[in-house]
Design a protein around this ligand. Structure first.
Ligand code: XMP
Length: 512
């Protein structure tokens, strides 16, 4: 399917997805695979380059890691980063030693040789290091092409082939090369022709969907989030009214969610969206349930029940479309080797495998930023595309303890005021995720001449890149004062507004 690709072998680095995204930014398709599957034959179809990622392991402590010969068969360019460089050294009999002190953080690289990989860079470069073991002797037939001011061997290259090893991490922004190293590898060494563009992705996907689906019908659970919306848009573009979208209101959605979806798709005149209001059923099943995981399970199960019932009404439906994206695919592959897993999975809302429908996942190869670009290009409203993520169990994880309709109604209104104000003050796009949490505690307030006794809401806004760690957003005080007044004055039942300033870790982003 792809005429060119770069293969990234993931040894468990927290930066693997960053490497992949940088390659994609250079309009080149890449795939992340686990070391166990290197030997699978068709992995090497159309491969123009290989990157060996970093990782938490040590080639000294654990002798199991070895690079198979298939990697070196057709003289494909190879770049080993950190642990990847150490693997190359092990393969070609260089020397690696455990360092007495870990090299971590900023380092100053001195480039010793003019090499294509350093095109367009100064002779000195600030780079980011994070390693325990060090290469102390380059393999025979390799040259040292850069070292740090501490005289460490920081970059090596084979004298005969396009094989490079870097001790530092060119994929992180702390390496101040402006993305040129990865650009040079992709463009000047692997000779990518740069065909991975939004236009090409859309055209290829449309052809693929048409070929797979033929005259069958497709159903899709539309949530109002970016991924399912973009999946709907591209499938609709390919097969028009053979697609039916099902939007389920579980009573735990944000204010006017249905309207937001309608607005988002206002330029898709003939898209079929069935709106199902199941809020009563969801809230009934959540009655008296206080445990967060139990709430998640009930919501997930109820979603399946409602979706299956609706799906049965659609004739000739043979396909179930899902907005699975590439990070989901990589994370679930990596979680089979859970030794270094940081992120826990929130697996709710997924449909069972035995639903009797074939899976259609047109975004399976795309990262979130690529999905967003596709969405805009396909004509979905920008506001919908740039929305913050919203959890599958919705407001249920923002109402600690038992979920009640009156709590959800109050929370929806407060949250809408907060989010609207973020848009008005141009703060929304500076924040990764913002929302309001309902606290089922009462506090005294004074309204007019009397005392009131209302609930409390907390504002939560974080900045994060990967949602695994997060920092609270630093609001101007004026904004906080204004939003607090607005919420208390306009939402009956709220007497107090607090701000959540915890970082993740140790807190999580959601409250449950
Ligand atoms: P936490 O609270 O774990 O959240 O720091 C990290 C990200 O995951 C979202 N989240 C969920 N998403 N189902 C989902 O689909 C869930 O059960 C769930 N719990 C948390 C959260 O909104 C944040 O973006």
């Amino acid at each position: 399917m792809h005429d060119q690709k770069i293969l990234i072998i993931d040894y468990g680095s927290q930066y693997t997805q960053l490497i992949a995204r940088h390659i994609r930014e250079n309009k080149t398709y890449c795939e992340v695979i686990q070391p166990e599957s290197i030997n699978k034959k068709n992995n090497f179809d159309c491969v123009i380059g290989v990157i060996l990622s970093g990782g938490p392991n040590s080639v000294i402590e654990n002798n199991n890691y070895d690079l198979p010969d298939i990697l070196f068969k057709n003289d494909i360019p190879i770049l080993g980063i950190c642990f990847g460089m150490q693997l190359l050294c092990k393969k070609f009999n260089g020397k690696i030693q455990e360092s007495i002190s870990r090299e971590y953080g900023k380092a100053y690289l001195k480039i010793k040789k003019d090499e294509k990989i350093f095109n367009d860079l100064d002779k000195e470069l600030e780079v980011w290091m994070s390693h325990g073991d060090s290469v102390t002797e380059a393999p025979v037939n390799f040259s040292i092409i850069a070292s740090t001011d501490k005289k460490n061997i920081s970059a090596i290259k084979s004298n005969e082939k396009e094989i490079y090893g870097f001790q530092f991490h060119p994929e992180v922004t702390h390496t101040l090369d402006n993305g040129k190293i990865i650009y040079n590898f992709v463009k000047n060494i692997c000779n990518s022709t740069g065909r991975w563009t939004t236009k090409n992705i859309i055209n290829n996907q449309i052809a693929d969907i048409k070929e797979k689906v033929k005259n069958d019908n497709v159903i899709l659970g539309l949530s109002g989030g970016v991924d399912s919306s973009v999946a709907a848009a591209i499938i609709h573009k390919a097969i028009k009214n053979q697609l039916t979208c099902i939007f389920i209101d579980n009573g735990l959605l944000r204010l006017n969610e249905k309207k937001q979806v309608e607005l988002g798709f206002k330029d898709f005149k003939d898209i079929k969206i069935i709106y199902v209001d199941s809020s009563k059923l969801f809230l009934e099943r959540l009655k008296n349930i206080t445990d967060p995981e139990e709430k998640r399970k009930i919501i997930g199960k109820t979603f399946i029940d409602v979706f299956q019932k609706e799906a049965k009404k659609i004739k000739n439906a043979k396909w179930l479309a899902q907005g699975t994206i590439y990070s989901d695919v990589i994370e679930s592959a990596a979680s089979s080797d859970s030794s270094h897993l940081i992120k826990s999975h929130h697996n709710v809302g997924g449909l069972p495998k035995d639903i009797g429908l074939k899976l259609l996942e047109p975004l399976r190869e795309l990262f979130k930023d690529e999905v967003r670009k596709l969405g805009i290009n396909l004509g979905i409203e920008e506001k919908l595309i740039n929305r913050h993520p919203f959890p599958g169990p919705g407001l249920a994880v923002r109402i600690p303890g038992e979920v009640k309709k009156e709590y959800a109604d109050v929370l929806r209104q407060a949250d809408d005021i907060f989010i609207r104000m973020l848009h008005e003050k141009d703060l929304y796009n500076k924040i990764s995720q913002a929302f309001t949490v309902f606290m089922p505690v009462k506090s005294v307030g004074v309204t007019g001449d009397g005392r009131s006794y209302g609930n409390v809401v907390a504002l939560r806004a974080v900045k994060t890149i990967d949602f695994m760690t997060a920092k609270p957003f630093d609001f101007p005080f004026d904004f906080l004062e204004e939003v607090s007044t607005k919420i208390i004055n306009n939402v009956p039942g709220i007497s107090r507004v607090c701000l959540d300033i915890s970082s993740k870790p140790p807190a999580t982003i959601e409250w449950e």
